[in-house]
Design a protein around this ligand. Structure first.
Ligand code: 3PG
Ligand code: MG
Length: 391
């Protein structure tokens, strides 16, 4: 089914001239804290992605108020998560848009409290959801307003759904998924669904070690999720072509991990490339060069490639090579390339490759949930029930 079916779009909104429109955005952006202690926006991709919708609404003559969460404050005001740095950036990019306070300062947001929904929509004539990154959350600002106000999916939200829905239902083949990240438990459900859709699955990152262990390999001190060995074994036995790391870049026993190598307080320890079993005490932290080359070869020849999650502990430069090689291959792929997840996106960004992929998703968790649930998300369901939704 078309995941946008029944979802009202901007053109389904009533006349907005002189009306007040509440727009839920996901401006949960990385911040940079300067030596003066002041926070600035480190990456404004999620802000720029929402601009066409905000400008469209302004062009209709609407008064636009945006609202977002930032970080994970504990349901109460927290000076670290004030919206000011985001507000300043928005003001320079698109003057005239008001941005209200951090939604997650109020416990009603995550609890989806009806009283909080009522306070959110007070004085508004319409609602737009332009927050794909939180479309998988059943929070007040996502599922509440469409019960009461004429509502619509923003341009970017609709595009995300169209692109992800498209690669799931009619991918150009071969369809290759590259999945990394630390925790296999977080990705199992999505892997099970992908296993029914893709031609080849490439597994890297911390999660690969549970797969390697499931295949009977020694993984030393690497991340291992014993509770999910059977799930990994079942996937390996499913008949799907799954490529696991054949060589691993590992850190010696007692070594430490960190952002800058060298120096007295920098990360320490010897690094070597190990093929096959990892000896006692060594920790696998990146795919090795042979694996990276093999993955890159498969990725470059994909008709469709979907990449989510780093292949190694790339914040430590010693373990960034695997992620870099794969990022480059995703950029070089002549097929349709889709990247989701903050870490993959920042790896691409660091390499200056962000504009060389076909589609960079603004949502990591949301895109995985979208795949897991075959195109259904709480935000979309809520919009389908809006008073102006098409029938
Ligand atoms: C994200 O950055 O993944 C989204 O903004 C969602 O944030 P959350 O995982 O804290 O709900
Ligand atoms: Mg997240």
């Amino acid at each position: 089914m078309d995941p946008l079916h029944g979802v009202p779009l901007l053109e389904d909104l009533p006349d907005l001239d002189g009306k007040r429109v509440l727009v839920r955005v996901d401006f949960n952006v990385p911040l940079h804290i300067g030596i003066d202690g002041l926070a600035t926006v480190a990456d404004d991709f999620r802000i720029t992605a929402a601009l066409p919708t905000l400008r469209w609404l302004q062009d209709q003559g609407a008064e636009v108020v945006a609202c977002s969460h930032l970080g994970r404050p504990g349901n109460k005001p927290d000076p670290r998560w004030e919206m000011d740095p985001v507000r300043h950036r928005l003001e320079t990019l698109c003057p005239g848009i008001e941005l209200s306070g951090n939604l997650r300062f109020n416990p009603g947001e995550k609890a989806n409290d009806p009283a909080f929904v009522a306070s959110l929509i007070e004085g508004f004539d319409a609602y737009v959801n332009e927050a794909f990154g939180v479309a998988h959350r059943r929070h007040a600002s996502i599922v509440g307003p469409p019960q009461f106000l004429p509502s619509a999916a923003g341009l970017r939200l609709a595009k995300e759904v169209e692109v992800l829905g498209g690669i799931l239902s009619r991918p150009a083949r071969p369809f290759v998924a590259v999945v990394g990240g630390a925790k296999v438990a977080d990705k199992l459900e999505v892997l099970k669904v992908l296993a029914t859709k893709v031609d080849t699955l490439l597994v890297g990152g911390g999660m690969a070690f549970t797969f390697l262990a499931a295949r009977g390999q020694e993984v030393g001190n690497s991340l291992l999720d014993e509770a999910h060995l059977d799930d990994c074994r079942a996937l390996l036995d499913s008949g799907l072509e799954i490529l696991l790391p054949s060589d691993i870049r590992a850190l010696e026993p007692g070594g430490t991990l960190g952002p800058q190598a060298g120096g007295t307080f920098g990360p320490r320890g010897g690094v070597k490339i190990i093929e096959g079993d990892l000896t006692d005490g060594w920790t696998g932290l990146d795919i090795g060069p042979d694996t990276a080359a093999a993955f890159a070869e498969v990725v470059r020849h994909a008709g469709t490639v979907l990449w989510n999650g780093p292949l190694g502990a790339f914040e430590d430069k010693r373990f960034a090579a695997g992620t870099r090689v794969v990022a480059q291959a995703v950029a070089d792929c002549e097929g349709f390339s889709v990247v989701g997840g903050g870490d993959s996106a920042s790896a691409l960004d660091e390499l200056g490759l962000s504009d060389q992929v076909s589609f960079l998703s603004t949502g990591g968790g949301a895109s995985l949930t979208f795949i897991e649930r075959n195109g259904s998300l709480p935000a979309l369901d809520a919009l389908r029930h809006a008073p102006n939704a098409p029938h």
